[in-house]
Design a binder for this molecule. Structure first.
Ligand code: NAD
Length: 332
């Protein structure tokens, strides 16, 4: 039986992975801790490791895995900035990911964040529970007629743009590899990034984290945005220079921010730290703003998303055992 070591396991990972077709042909070793060079020795005896967004497979970790006999690093997510793919390949490891398990889930979460933040639902919910039925401070804006800027029109950005169009907003998009046919079909207008930043009342980020997209949103690009803009990030935390964002929030230049990802989330997200003192002063400051809404990287977290992640991951693991090619588009 194929031995697979799963890292950063949550109860829902276990539930969906073991329910996927063919999962009974795998001997699962579920670990709650994360995979890194420090914990790699726990992969001994496994043919594959299954990792998520905050496991770290750097060159040192990849070499250790290969030396232990591991043959595959199966990411159960789309983004792979946490894996040194080149080093892993050089060590003789295959690397797979799940490129498009449910782009709708992430796009819908971006829209959910926008609606909640704009209509102050995060504040209203708490107030009503305390029997405070006052509406003071809960004034939002009607979305119809507003301009939404979608940065990155890949799988998720396209769906987000289409949903935003459904609110009767005008949608501007920026992508170095545009999709003109799709844009004309959905009446989305491609503009350059400065044009998008200057025109948008709402900006939603849907780009991968690459060396050239790190801190895409910084003091300079924040200053190019309209006063009062709402910024949504469901992609990767490091797309935003958080310190610059805090300054722009303090000055009132930014009207609101909704984040499903955070620059330093590796040490914080997916854990219950409720009984502890938060050591991250930047996140602590962000959490004090009434116009900031943060979720802990849950854009993917729908039953459909988890089922598809599990289906693709298990199928690739079984193909490894059978010596077959991995599912199309999943090999890095
Ligand atoms: P994708 O590869 O389909 O699309 C990314 C798009 O970004 C491409 O069209 C690409 O041309 C464009 N792009 C690249 N560099 C750009 C730049 N500098 N400016 C503007 N556009 C640029 O990716 P996707 O599946 O749509 O995923 C988008 C992001 O969402 C990924 O970074 C992924 O990490 C993130 N994600 C988050 C969650 C979550 O749970 N919050 C889940 C899945 C994916």
């Amino acid at each position: 039986m194929l031995e697979v070591a799963v890292y950063d396991t949550m109860p829902y990972d276990r539930e969906f992975l073991t329910a996927a077709p063919g999962a009974d042909r795998i001997h699962w070793r579920f670990h709650e801790f994360r995979l890194s060079a420090e914990t790699a020795s726990t992969a001994r005896g496994a043919a594959a490791v299954c990792v998520f967004v905050n496991d770290t497979v750097d060159a040192a970790c990849a070499r250790q895995l290969a030396a232990l006999g591991v043959r595959l690093v199966a990411l159960r997510c789309a983004g792979y900035n946490n894996v040194d793919v080149k080093a892993a390949r050089a060590a003789g490891l295959h690397v797979t990911r799940v490129p498009a398990y449910s782009p709708h889930a992430v796009a819908e979460h971006a829209v959910a964040l926008l609606l909640a933040l704009n209509r102050r639902l995060h504040r209203a919910y708490n107030r009503v529970r305390e029997l405070n039925f006052s509406l003071n401070g809960l004034v939002g804006e009607t979305l119809a007629g507003k301009t939404v800027g979608v940065v990155g029109t890949g799988r998720i950005g396209k769906i987000a743009a289409q949903i935003f169009r459904g609110f009767d907003t005008e949608v501007f998009a920026y992508d170095p590899s545009p999709s003109p046919e799709w844009a004309s079909q959905h009446r989305v207008r491609y503009v350059d990034l400065p044009g998008l930043l200057a025109a948008s009342d709402i900006i939603s980020l849907h780009v991968p984290l690459l060396p050239e997209t790190k801190h895409l949103i910084n003091a300079r690009t924040l200053a190019q945005m309209k006063r009062g803009v709402i910024l949504i990030n469901t992609s990767r935390g490091k797309l935003i220079d958080t310190r610059a964002l805090i300054q722009a929030l303090k000055s009132g230049h930014i009207g609101g921010v909704a984040l499903d990802v955070y620059e330093e989330e590796e040490r914080i997200f997916f854990q219950d730290l409720s009984g502890q003192v938060l050591q991250d002063d930047v996140l602590s400051r962000l959490l004090t703003f009434p116009n900031v809404l943060i979720t802990a990287h849950q854009g993917f977290l729908t039953r459909e998303g988890l089922s598809e992640i599990a289906r693709v991951t298990v199928e690739n693991l079984l193909r490894l055992e059978r010596g077959e090619a991995f599912l199309e588009g999943t090999k890095l």
